[in-house]
Design a binder for this molecule. Sequence first.
Ligand SMILES: NC(=O)c1ccc[n+]([C@@H]2O[C@H](COP(=O)([O-])OP(=O)(O)OC[C@H]3O[C@@H](n4cnc5c(N)ncnc54)[C@H](OP(=O)(O)O)[C@@H]3O)[C@@H](O)[C@H]2O)c1
Length: 230
Amino acid sequence: MTKAALLLTIAVLGGTGKEGKGLAYRWAKAGYRLLIGSRSSEKAVKVASEIMELLEGSSSVVGTTNLEAAEQADIVVLTVPYSAHRETLENVREALKGKLVVDVTAPLVPPKVSRVQMPPAGSAAQEAKEIVGEDVEVAAAFQNVSHEHLLGEETVECDVLVTGTSKKARTEVLTLVEAAGLTGWDAGPIENSVVVEGLTSVLININRLYGSKHAGIKITGIPDQSTEDA
Ligand SMILES: NC(=O)c1ccc[n+]([C@@H]2O[C@H](COP(=O)([O-])OP(=O)(O)OC[C@H]3O[C@@H](n4cnc5c(N)ncnc54)[C@H](OP(=O)(O)O)[C@@H]3O)[C@@H](O)[C@H]2O)c1
């Protein structure tokens, strides 16, 4: 368990859903304090206790409303469907000042979720940045990691591309990626999230065509970092 994990509280807004619950489980297991956010505190409390049961340890996972979770957290992770993205952020905007927001949203527009349909801002993450304003750092990550991987103990083979409004924000999220047991890559500025979010529809299309539930991506060709000069 890292010192950072012991000190930090992560709110997962929409943490009652498939992706948020899986990420919360992995971070709680790594030693972070977790707040599960929901429109319904009762629903959040139930999911928090389900995660605690899975962990069988001394982890801290508490369920509450999205707003209270955002108010009490150091890092706020957003895992709601794109249709709820703007409203959820607007409802908690005041609680986000000075914090890091990690947007997991892929801007899927049903019923054609296997077709890339990006929002006018460029991407969901850029839209999030427009909503939350200047004094909030926004990073985007995990859009290409299926929830199917997250609640189990398995090693997750696919990689995570991290984009964000600053190097510092991306570095913080890369720490969260590692804590969740995955491999992350700094994929550059928040504008690059258009590619990462768009890949989700490509992966859904591949799932449909090839009978998979969790196609992912892997970056290749990187030299061993431990042998590189600093
Ligand atoms: N599922 C995956 O494998 C996966 C993989 C990569 C990225 N993602 C992205 O992660 C996000 C969440 O995906 P998910 O599959 O976890 O979604 P989900 O299970 O359908 O929903 C997550 C949570 O969002 C909240 N929510 C749903 N509809 C809402 C609405 N109209 N207004 C406000 N809140 C609403 C609900 O929480 P409450 O009812 O408790 O408020 C729900 O539990 C999406 O943007 C998706 O693109 C998902």
